[in-house]
Design a binder for this molecule. Structure first.
Ligand code: GDP
Length: 362
């Protein structure tokens, strides 16, 4: 008998973890994402970050670089192949990125403005994350706005704090305590990450500035550590496909395409796929598997690279027939070849997404 998908999983092979950014409007979600991705850097794909469909990918090597002095100081070994950060911050991407009721996001960053503390959408984000049991960190953003803050670009926060004037440090401490108190009022145990001795019980607060990049090394380190310490079971690579549709759109020259997040497993050209359609299940075959061409190669004639086969986690554009009525936010199932399957069961399975999505939307 074939080995089952579960047996094939091993902690020696992890996939990259999928990270989503959430929080109240104007707290700096977009700025933080831009800073992490370095979108403003001239060289295009600076530091090895690659553009996927709907997400940016940070290979382990780039993560080590961005963590800088923290790698040695905290003795960090990066075991995940990288982090995949969803490009659209906010509630919607978190709730759309579901697969059979559970979130496709492995981790989240909830951004809080240190000057404003908890705001209504912060609380909504916390509620959503807790109901899905998704681990998260809180970025206590805009520390550069503290009175008298002295900046060194991209410095780990713990180093930045040490050199601040006395008054600035005490303003920081009192604002951070205020936020910790507000979180406690929400029934959430939290602690500044460098004082946090128990990642499972206490949510980590990571002070950041999306403008100066201070605290960004710390945030990347925490995401790596949480992936490796708390999520191993979830991020073990597994041949069984776990995939969700982000968006269905018509692209000139390609026809109707589906942008998907392949969280786990291998998707191949020619694979049969089963998706949820507005007027019934869609059963079709993958004609093309595409990823964006790296920016520096943009001069060539098409914007996409073609693949025979892709391993998760990855953001992909799928070309196939009959994608017109496919519902965004629904699962894309692939009959797993090593175990017997019943197409009718898969069809029913994908269609159950429709009622769930309708419920989530109302
Ligand atoms: P979003 O609505 O959460 O995506 O927030 P944005 O990223 O659009 O940021 C809202 C505003 O706050 C913009 O004017 C940003 O320039 C500013 N901002 C964001 N992060 C920081 C920060 O760390 N420090 C300062 N001083 N301003 C910030």
């Amino acid at each position: 008998r074939m080995r089952s998908a579960v047996e094939a999983r091993t902690p020696d092979r992890l996939r990259s973890s999928i990270v989503c950014i959430m929080g109240h409007v104007d707290t700096g979600k977009t700025k933080l994402l831009d800073n992490i991705r370095r979108t403003n850097v001239q060289e295009g794909e600076a530091g090895g970050i690659t553009q996927q469909i709907g997400a940016s990918f940070f290979p382990a090597e780039t993560l080590r670089e961005r963590m800088g002095s923290l790698v040695e100081k905290k003795n960090i070994t990066v075991k995940v192949p990288g982090l995949m950060i969803i490009d659209t911050p906010g509630h919607e991407s978190f709730s759309n990125l579901r697969s059979r009721g559970s979130s496709l996001c492995d981790l989240a960053i909830v951004v809080v403005d240190i000057m404003h503390g908890l705001e209504p959408q912060t609380i909504e984000s916390l509620t959503m994350l807790r109901s899905k049991k998704t681990p998260f960190v809180i970025a206590l953003n805009k520390v550069d706005r503290l009175y008298g803050w002295s900046t060194v670009k991209d410095r780990p926060f713990i180093e930045s704090l040490e050199v601040q004037p006395e008054g600035t440090r005490s303003e920081f401490e009192s604002r951070a305590s205020q936020v910790l108190l507000q979180l406690a009022e929400q029934g959430l145990n939290a602690e500044l990450y460098y004082k946090n001795k128990d990642f499972k019980e206490y949510v980590s607060l990571i002070p950041t500035s999306a403008i100066t990049g201070e605290g960004v090394p710390d945030i990347l380190m925490m995401l790596v550590l949480l992936s490796q310490k708390m999520l191993v079971d979830r991020v073990m690579w597994c041949p069984e496909v776990q995939c969700t549709v982000l968006e269905v759109k018509v692209i000139e020259g390609l026809g109707t395409t589906a942008d998907v997040i392949l969280a786990n497993g291998t998707l191949k050209r020619g694979d049969q796929i089963v998706m949820c359609g507005f007027s019934g299940p869609v059963v079709t075959r993958v004609r093309e598997l595409l990823t964006p061409r790296p920016l520096r190669e943009m001069r060539v004639k098409t914007d996409y690279l073609h693949h025979e086969s892709i391993d998760g986690a990855m953001g992909i554009k799928i070309c196939a027939n009959n994608l017109e009525g496919v519902v965004a936010g629904s699962a894309c199932l692939v009959p797993y070849k090593d175990v017997p399957y019943d197409l009718e069961v898969l069809k029913e399975d994908v269609m159950s997404d429709l009622s769930q999505l309708a419920k989530a939307a109302s």
